[in-house]
Design a protein around this ligand. Sequence first.
Ligand code: MIG
Length: 670
Amino acid sequence: MIQRFRFGTPIETCAVIEELSVTEGKLPFFDLTYSGETDDAISGLEFIYTLKDKDIVYGLGEQVRGINKRGWIYTSCNADDPHHHEDTKSLYGSHNFLLISGEKLFGVFFDYAGNITFDVGYTHRDTLRITPEDWNLDVYVITGESEKDIVKQFRKLIGRSYIAPKWAFGYGQSRWGYKDAKDIREVAAEYRKREIPLDSIYMDIDYMERYKDFTIDEEAFPAFEAFCAGMMEQGIHLVPIIDAGVKIEEGYDVYEEGVKNDYFCKDTKGKDFVGAVWPGRVHFPDFLKAETRKWFGEKYAFLLEKGVDGFWNDMNEPAIFYTEERLASVMERISELSKENLDVNSYFEFTGLVAGIGNNVGDYETFFHDMGGMKVPHSKVHNLYGYNMTKAAGEAFDRLSPEKRILMFSRSSYIGAHRYGGIWQGDNKSWWSHLLMNLQMMPSLNMAGFLYTGADVGGFGSDTTEDLMLRWLQLAVFTPLMRNHSSRGTREQELYRFDNCDACKRMIEIRYGLIPYLYSEYMKAVLADEMMFRPLSFDFTEDEDARGVEDQLFLGDELMITPVYTQNATGRYVYLPEEMMLVRMRSLMDYETEVLAAGHHYIKAELSELVFFIRKDKAIPLGAAAMNTEKLDVSTLKLLGYDGAEYDLYEDDGFTKKYDIDSCTRKIVS
Ligand code: MIG
């Protein structure tokens, strides 16, 4: 059952697709407690729920820390934070859905476009305290018979998740640093030379003419259309990046049309708001305005017409390097300080001023959106910005490419964006802890509707290592998005850069062998509003040990994934809530299986060995590798797992929109 409660006059987010009538009366489970210091009874209000010792709090989508969010405080305030770690409170997306499991079981969604804080047993271990910045929000409370049931109800409420083309399940290579067609051809050639499967190469900001959206640098990429077609002949899709900010430049059509038609966000004086990002000074499209979305979305046609069929939307929190006003006031203060003898206070003021220029939340008060004629400060709707950029693209693709699926994933998001695209997990680091975080985010993102997701494999920032890459691949072989991406200035991490490239290659081949299964599970999860990745506790709700597991996941109903995520480990501990079959795989041809009893085990896993489990009496289809997804042969799948087990394979053409569970499912028997 879902109940909707309304406080004040919320701003429409379009997160949910079903218009439920508002329930009058008391919100269940929560106390509304007043803890403010003023007489304004509203501003001090908080939602309070008292947690029992063993209660688990799941959810919050893209956030730091574990599967159980308890013990930390999180804020939904979409942030461009390439240096995030355990202390971080906000990442790129805001997904205000929680699922509380323990003495009571319920889900709750705070549909709120502004900043909202979730103190999940941080201040007091037994208190869940939720504080929105103002009291205009809808709260949906969901009860049901199980964790899975509640998530399913919620997912139904927010609408079906975006469906990626099948080729997007292939391996992708990316790096911020490929500067021209030659670089990209070289990457393709190096992969082909070693016969490592590859389906996509990503184009970062350098393909554009001076970082202008919907342009191509003709010098770096002459005859782009032919280049694109040539890559496609090798089975490689080019996936260009699109940034939120539009460069201010006379004669640049996107800029000029935007100015002329009032498509940009406005400043306090009603003029087009100026911020700076890659291209220097930019205007930000007002994606909350339907006309802007329509206009910007249709701009993607520029690249679609050249043969591109996938995109990633970036910098759409939005990331802002500086605003004119702040820069001027900082410069002024610095020139004053430059005349002083910097002491402890003025020194820190100085460094703080400089560090605080970029992505300063104070700037969100200084620009405005036009929502149906209403002037709304960005601060009130900040978390909807990236979502609506993706919506602009998604809505346009339905018009521009009604038959064919287009790959789209975004950096920033809010619940609702999951209907228009996937997300990647933002700028992570080449850290072992971020490998684990990649795993831990999968189920919470699935709860929020984001099924097409994954993280930058090998890590984006900082220097990766060969062993980290190999271990990361052993997780990423299972995630829908499997993209190796890194930042300029870091160690190069295309797989052929490593001595042990062969071991990496075998992991990619295993991925291709698994694609029929992964795609099938992904499509089933999308079409049934279910999770593809689940914590163990969702299936073993009463099992104390399963409820504590933070580093293993169920994938579909058949697999349990158990990657190694510690440096130099030659194995790991696993918990089996029931008997399962261990698979230790070095390549598609070279693996062994062993049935292990329920309980705790230590399993060995050498660096080049992928370990995972097949659940009792289950089996998965396994195919052969191919150089790209188009060459996959699904007629020769064999089953891997328990004798006598069967598998229902979902299979469609992978690129049109004719999805249908019944007509696309067939039984695989051994
Ligand atoms: O702040 O386009 O998250 O994937 O390589 C850097 C350059 C801007 C951030 C994205 C990252 C991308 C990078 N971008």
